[in-house]
Design a protein around this ligand. Structure first.
Ligand SMILES: [Ca+2]
Ligand SMILES: [Ca+2]
Ligand SMILES: [Ca+2]
Length: 134
């Protein structure tokens, strides 16, 4: 007579909601140790944390506005931290994504040259950079 013993590995049921936010890992909770992170949570844009479990943190949107007092009425080439984000004409805005923290905006044209401006963007905030040509 041959005795066959079958051993089945039993894993603990993952259907537990560790942080009590109403979502299990199986239900899409991407951090089951933090109750402020789950599907449907408010994603604070730009903080580097994907609170709503969509797969990425939402970017902060911000605008650069070129003041109409710009003497030369020249379209400015806008760059943030050395990366080009778009052109803006006097009285118009260009919208772009940005991370939280300190940044340097540079506005350049071929006649008046460049001017730079520093700005701090808070996570979840929205910035407006007004550019004067002086
Ligand atoms: Ca949970
Ligand atoms: Ca976030
Ligand atoms: Ca997200």
């Amino acid at each position: 007579m041959v005795l066959i013993r079958i051993v089945t590995a039993v894993t603990l049921c993952p259907a537990l909601d560790n942080d009590g936010d109403g979502y299990t890992v199986a239900q899409g909770d991407c951090n089951d140790n933090n109750s402020s992170i789950h599907p449907g949570a408010v994603d604070i844009c730009g903080d580097g944390i994907d609170q709503d479990c969509t797969g990425s943190d939402c970017p902060i949107q911000t605008d650069a506005f070129l003041d109409v007092k710009n003497d030369f009425h020249i379209t400015q080439r806008i760059s943030i931290d050395g990366t080009y984000v778009g052109d803006v004409k006097p009285g118009q805005t260009v919208t772009f994504s940005i991370s939280a923290g300190s940044h340097t905006l540079k506005a350049c044209d071929n006649i008046t040259g460049c001017l730079t401006k520093s700005m701090y963007i808070e996570a979840g905030g929205r910035g407006v950079w007004t550019i004067f040509d002086s």
